[in-house]
Design a protein around this ligand. Sequence first.
Ligand code: FMN
Length: 399
Amino acid sequence: MSESILNTSFRLPCGVEIPNRIAKSALSEAIAEPNGRPSEALFNLYDRWGKGGAGILFTGNVMVDQAHLVNANVMIAEEDNFLEEYTTLTDKAQAHGAHLWMQINHPGRQTPSYLDKAPVSPSDVGMPSKLYIQPRPLEESEIVDLIERYANAALVAKKAGMKGAQIHGAHGYLVSQFLSPLTNLRTDKWGGSLENRARFVLEIYSNMREKVGPDFPLGIKINSADFQRGAFTEEESMEVIQMLDDAGMDLIEVSGGTYERAAMVGTTQKESTKKREAYFMDFIVKVRSKIKSPLMLTGGFRTADTMSKAISSGELDFIGLGRPFCLFPDVAKDLISGKMTDCTVPDLLTGVDKIDMTGMLQTPWNAFQLARMGKGMDPDPELDLWMVYEKITGRKRPV
Ligand SMILES: Cc1cc2nc3c(=O)[nH]c(=O)nc-3n(C[C@H](O)[C@H](O)[C@H](O)COP(=O)(O)O)c2cc1C
């Protein structure tokens, strides 16, 4: 049998060689200690994933400020706190050849009210839900401080021995909020024109680059679009991607949507798009014709055949997988060896439209699987969806 194209190595512009083309996209684990310290459960999980054959393992989003968290039990990297634990995590993840990259994030306004009573954002535009508190606009000095914090987290990643860092610029979090004209109404140099809205992410990149040096891989995950009226569009995303390309990004990962419209997990995609697998394929093909940075696409890939074709066509360089890694920790190894040809995961539908349309159970159901692996157990494909619903909402299932 001929060698799978998914198993070919790839050299990034900075010179680092990635062993193969399958990456575990970032998956918020929610099993750190309450103060953000990487826990035994995380070591177990990354030990498991480290054996699973991925070329790159992106960590779940790591927070730059303990005062502002996306969810409880998320990892935090401020200054050199927890360097020893990050080093252990890295050793587990990289023991079998995978490269561990830290995904770095700040939630901005997208933080639940039980966690953050004083959220910040570019402007005071709140989330359209009672679960979130109205944010206040960041002071300019705070913006400068945050840029430093993102860069410091990348330095923690490097000091811990990780092989790269990724800015979370997608899914409606702080970088996304700066990029979107719906959430960024500023009239100073951080808002208004696209160039001004992109200043935050470009400054983060250049500050990171200065701190970690030219040879350390830096990437970004960015939305092809937010899929909301008046928000960040495909045309704008294309322009920002060109700016990031010019700045020298080593890897650009394309996703889409926000937690108001969860396109990243396919909730808003047409059945025909889901069948074609990769949700944002049309966009990445356009991106490829305009930029030179390596590209990764995440969202919807399920069959080895489609993945191999996408790589052979030259339209992208890395396949990002999210949910399959929650159920099949060896998915990369098994797709490459041919043991697995399809890594389709359950649709997770309750039959209640109001719940299913939001995709609200996708993240917690999958996070339960990560918690199981953190305890040394196998994932459970039969895990009861209503149990997850009742746990996260505190409400009984609707009858
Ligand atoms: C449990 C869970 C946690 C996630 N956490 C993150 C995260 O921390 N950062 C991120 O960029 N995306 C996150 N995502 C989105 C995934 O990285 C990915 O974009 C999405 O699941 C689509 O890919 P898939 O169709 O292969 O699952 C998460 C998804 C799930 C299911």
